[in-house]
Design a protein. Structure first.
Length: 176
């Protein structure tokens, strides 16, 4: 019997906050460049140009790339990609459970982007505060380079929770 080919499934996450952050950053850069253009003294002109380049430029590198990336459920693992913030693959053999989760604002503050919480050994790959999914791993795992911390759980936001859970359970061989 020939092997069955498995197509990669694109898993989108909400991108509203990245678009809003990029828009605010572009407006701030435009204001700084206008202030540089309108400045009378050379020192003020150089200061505003330096602020626009050194502050707004790196922020654009954090806000813009996540708008053009997404996660993928591939043949051998779940590829988590969020711009320049995260690019790693979780093999399906490491996944022991996938559930909906609601993270309350308590001792763990969930923001937008990628955040590691050492006490819980959890990585948050979030783009919104709703539609969160928890992926429990089979023991602490290390993804990426040797300097990365051990992770027990990954919490990520997706646009279609039910579709994501069914795809991951199917590919990881989980019941339910």
């Amino acid at each position: 019997m020939p092997p069955v080919a498995v197509d990669a499934v694109r898993i989108d996450y909400p991108k509203l906050w990245f678009a809003a952050g990029a828009a605010i950053d572009i407006v701030a850069m435009a204001v700084m460049l206008f202030l540089a253009y309108d400045a009378v003294e050379d020192f003020a002109r150089v200061m505003w140009i330096a602020c626009a380049v050194l502050i707004c430029g790196p922020l654009l590198l954090l806000f813009v790339p996540p708008m053009f990336t997404s996660h993928h459920a591939g043949e051998k693992g779940l590829h988590l990609r969020m711009g320049l913030l995260m690019n790693t693959t979780v093999p399906y053999r490491y996944i022991k459970g996938v559930t909906d989760v609601k993270v309350t604002y308590g001792s763990v503050m969930v923001g937008i982007g990628v955040k590691y919480v050492a006490k819980k050994k959890t990585v948050f790959v979030t783009a919104s505060f709703k539609e969160l999914i928890s992926i429990k791993l089979d023991g602490p795992q290390q993804f990426g380079s040797l300097m990365r911390p051990l992770v027990d759980q990954i919490v990520l936001s997706v646009k279609d929770k039910e579709g994501f859970v069914s795809v991951i359970k199917d590919r990881a061989g989980l019941e339910g």
